[in-house]
Write a protein that binds this ligand. Structure first.
Ligand SMILES: [Zn+2]
Length: 229
């Protein structure tokens, strides 16, 4: 399991990036609640978990190096002063110190695995974006590997109490995302990119409840994907 936006740390040398303290609690800084879900799920499943501890405002670990929104100067209408007019050297430093070590750790873990593996990417999304309410409780994002996503979508719909997004609230593409295309799609590894709505996992009870749900469904998913080729 990987979690690109689990943390909101900032290297001391960057200060607070010109961002108000109140904005550091918002979804622009990190995927609210997903760290608690990931840690609980790791304990329940015994799966590996790699989390990015640095904020997506420092560098977005789900963007290719050099991507226009890799180091955002504006995020959801909030200017990120510390990212404006950044020099090439500053960008390169964030890539080498924050982006690459995270992806190197995932690559090394995948390379060392001797058992069949699926990559599970954990994210959370804000319930409101640009004034529009998002109805989905959970979404599965996919691109080339629709079979893997389809199995999990069916399992989630079968729960009966969920509004399930199929490539909602985002569509996975080879350029908008980085972690799944780079680590999974490139090598044909099955994957799930799971998005949970943030208001459902903002406290520990919600995080545990979602971890328990996923710990129940992921083995069923794995069973289906490894037998029904
Ligand atoms: Zn995310």
């Amino acid at each position: 399991m990987v979690s690109d936006h689990a943390g909101r740390a900032v290297p001391q040398s960057l200060g607070r990036l010109g961002v108000a303290e109140s904005d550091w609690g918002r979804h622009i800084a990190w995927d609210i609640g997903i760290h608690g879900v990931g840690v609980a799920l790791q304990a329940l499943l015994g799966a590996d978990l790699v989390e990015q501890v640095y904020s997506r405002l420092v560098i977005d670990s789900n963007r290719a190096p050099g991507h226009p929104t890799s180091i955002p100067a504006i995020s959801d209408h909030t200017p990120i002063g510390g990212n404006a007019n950044l020099s090439a050297a500053c960008r390169a430093r964030r890539e080498s110190e924050i982006l690459h070590p995270y992806h190197d750790q995932i690559a090394a873990l995948l390379a060392a695995r001797t058992r069949p593996t699926a990559l599970i990417a954990l994210h959370s999304f804000t319930p409101r974006m640009n004034g529009v309410e998002r109805p989905w409780h959970v979404g599965i994002l996919h691109h080339r590997d629709t079979r893997s996503a389809g199995i999990m979508l069916d399992l989630l719909r079968g729960e009966g109490d969920l509004c399930v997004g199929d490539n909602e609230p985002y569509v996975l593409t080879a350029t908008s995302d980085y972690t799944v295309p780079y680590h999974a799609e490139r090598g044909g590894l099955p994957y799930l990119e799971i998005e949970i709505r943030q208001d459902l996992i903002e406290n520990e009870a919600g995080q545990n409840s979602w971890a328990q749900r996923l710990a129940r469904l992921l083995p069923l998913y794995w069973n289906a994907i490894s037998t029904a080729k």
